[in-house]
Design a protein around this ligand. Structure first.
Ligand code: AVJ
Length: 322
């Protein structure tokens, strides 16, 4: 495959650009067009996601925060003094702070994130708030096998993976990720993981198709990003945001639907979209408590405790190594 052509408006190139271009061209070349949801989070996309977390319809963030606030003591009770907290995809580390407040003696917090800006900001804030805590940022993709610094090898490790990010993966990909975490946290690791729960389809769909149109803007920003970074020619007014609940798969799906027959160019390649044709941009899997526990057991984790809110909207699971 020829390398992506550098658009005239493109000023800077980095290693990530080629990966972005390759993934987009691959997704748009398939019979059922797809775009990977990990590319939602450029600067604008991250801003829009922050806005989503404050929407009245988007219950997961505030519900999970409340579950963490109410149960942080129990969640952290088995973490020893010289223990290590490892967060996968730490972002702003706001949820972690709830746990850290219960852990005045914790020695080390390892934060793994693709965004070095997010890592730097969070490290600065946490260093000021928790002066005795060793904060170790690791820039990278948490889904790749992770090697932690050698001095942590024998220390007890608790992984933290909130936000139901695990829901973006298919159940079999999620199982693989749980194995990657198990390897990174061994021997004797423990994992605190946030998982969105199955509930009525109406509540689910509204959380992904809000009245203010923020989720629509978030979804469409993917095309805007392709236009900005890959010299794309997508007409943003000719695609509509769709969110549906697929009960057979147990997932919310987001799509971008072409309003009419049209062509868009990306990296000098032309892609045709029929009227009504959809680009599948995200899956967000929902689990019952039992389904997630079974998934965890299939990977050798042992479900130990689970915390939910009174309306059973969201769950936080504690898994231990067996
Ligand atoms: C960050 C993956 C948990 O699936 O709820 C929010 C992303 N997409 N609204 C989710 C998202 C649309 C979110 N996660």
């Amino acid at each position: 495959m020829p390398g992506p052509r550098v658009g005239e408006r493109q000023q800077q190139r980095s290693a990530g650009d080629d990966e972005f271009a390759a993934a987009i061209l691959d997704g748009l070349s398939r019979p059922h067009k797809t775009l990977p949801c990990r590319f939602f989070y450029d600067a604008r996309g991250s801003e829009l996601f922050e806005e989503i977390t404050r929407l009245p319809e988007y219950y997961p963030t505030r519900t999970e925060m409340a579950i963490l606030e109410q149960n942080a003591g129990e969640m952290t009770r088995t973490i020893p003094k010289d223990g290590v907290l490892v967060e996968f995809g730490s972002g702003s580390s706001r949820k972690t702070e709830i746990l850290l407040r219960q852990l005045p003696q914790l020695s080390t917090y390892v934060m793994i994130d693709v965004s070095s800006t997010a890592l730097h900001e969070a490290k600065t804030r946490l260093a000021a708030r928790f002066p005795f805590l060793e904060v170790l940022p690791i820039a990278g993709d948490f889904s790749r096998p992770i090697t932690l610094p050698a001095h942590l090898a024998k220390r007890h490790k608790t992984g933290f993976f909130p936000g139901s990010t695990i829901g973006n993966l298919t159940p079999s990909e999620a199982a693989n990720l749980l194995r990657v975490f198990q390897d990174a946290l061994s021997p004797g690791g423990r994992l605190i993981v946030g998982v969105d729960l199955k509930k009525d389809a109406r509540t689910l769909v509204r959380a992904y198709d809000d009245a203010a149109g923020v989720t629509a803007a978030f979804n469409l920003n993917l095309l805007a990003r392709i236009n900005r970074e890959l010299g794309g020619t997508f007409d943003l007014t000719a695609f509509k945001h769709k969110a549906i609940y697929n009960p057979r798969e147990g997932r919310i799906e987001m799509h971008l639907q072409s309003v009419n027959d049209q062509v868009a160019t990306v990296c000098g390649r032309r892609f045709r979209f029929g009227a009504g044709e959809q680009i599948h941009t995200e899956n967000s899997y929902k689990y019952t408590l039992g389904e997630f526990e079974a998934l965890a057991r299939s990977t050798n984790w042992l479900p130990q405790s689970v915390w939910t809110d009174r309306d059973s909207l969201f769950s936080v699971h504690e898994l231990v190594s067996r």
